[in-house]
Design a binder for this molecule. Structure first.
Ligand code: ATP
Ligand code: MG
Length: 223
């Protein structure tokens, strides 16, 4: 099966106030096939969010290679990475990152519009209805609860029907019932459209539903 995500010997080092650079990811290699569901687990600070951002082309590695859909993302500039992500990748951030000056509907429409999809409003409305926010379309993020903001972020990630969906703690702020519904929606995308799911989670039950679990320890993948 062809890999939709191919990573070889990925390293991320950052400069900090300390004299020695900090190694966040150290020699990570992995391969994910189209339609797989993969959970990334590990202790706080083990590098999960950093790895997810690199896989999605939101950040660039210090060394190593990343191919998405066979295309290199590791050595591309921000514009080229954005073009590569558009219409292909959906991302749910741990901190939601909704745009405060835009309503829920506008936040969800934006990536569809950027990807050049014509029916952005209809798709965004349907995605918000699917996460139970049909009555909150014109609310601004600051007028929404934490869990509602998380659901807007999820709707934004899957409204454009991406081929690969990355989600960082997608149910972290939700009660069990709401979280369960969101998980059903993520796996429905996975089963019905063969979308690839890559989730970071501390939730063992969610991890167990994925076809594979990758464990990070101090920036390295367990064998
Ligand atoms: N830009 C940065 N500069 C310096 N240190 C960073 C930077 N980004 C991340 N780190 C450090 O790298 C480590 C990994 O961070 P990361 O956010 O990937 O962890 P995580 O596994 O997602 O943790 P959590 O479960 O708490 O979300 C942390 O120790 C963090 O402090
Ligand atoms: Mg994190």
């Amino acid at each position: 099966m062809p890999s939709v995500i191919q990573v070889v010997n990925l390293t991320k080092t950052v400069r900090t106030a300390a004299s020695e650079p900090l190694t966040i990811l150290d020699g990570v290699s992995l391969s994910i096939a189209q339609g797989e569901s993969v959970a990334i687990v590990g202790a706080s600070g083990s590098g999960k969010t950093t790895l997810l951002s690199l896989l999605a082309g939101l950040d660039t590695p210090t060394s190593g290679t990343i191919h998405l859909d066979g295309l290199p993302v590791h050595d591309q500039d921000e514009d080229a990475r954005a073009a590569l992500r558009a219409g292909r990748v959906g991302f749910v951030f741990q901190s939601f990152q909704l745009l405060t000056g835009f309503t829920a509907l506008e936040n969800v429409m934006l990536p569809c519009e950027l990807a050049g999809q014509k029916d952005a409003r209809a798709k965004a409305t349907a995605a918000l209805e699917a996460v139970g926010l049909g009555a909150r379309l014109t609310h601004y993020p600051q007028q929404l609860s934490g869990g509602e903001q998380q659901r807007v972020a999820l709707a934004r990630a899957f409204a454009g029907e991406p081929k690969i969906l990355f989600a960082d703690e997608p149910t972290g702020n939700l009660d069990t019932a709401t979280g369960g519904k969101i998980i059903e929606q993520l796996f429905a995308l996975n089963h019905e459209r063969n979308a690839t799911l890559v989730l970071v989670t501390h939730d063992e039950a969610l991890a167990a539903r994925c076809s594979r679990v990758l464990r990070l320890r101090d920036g390295r993948l367990d064998a």
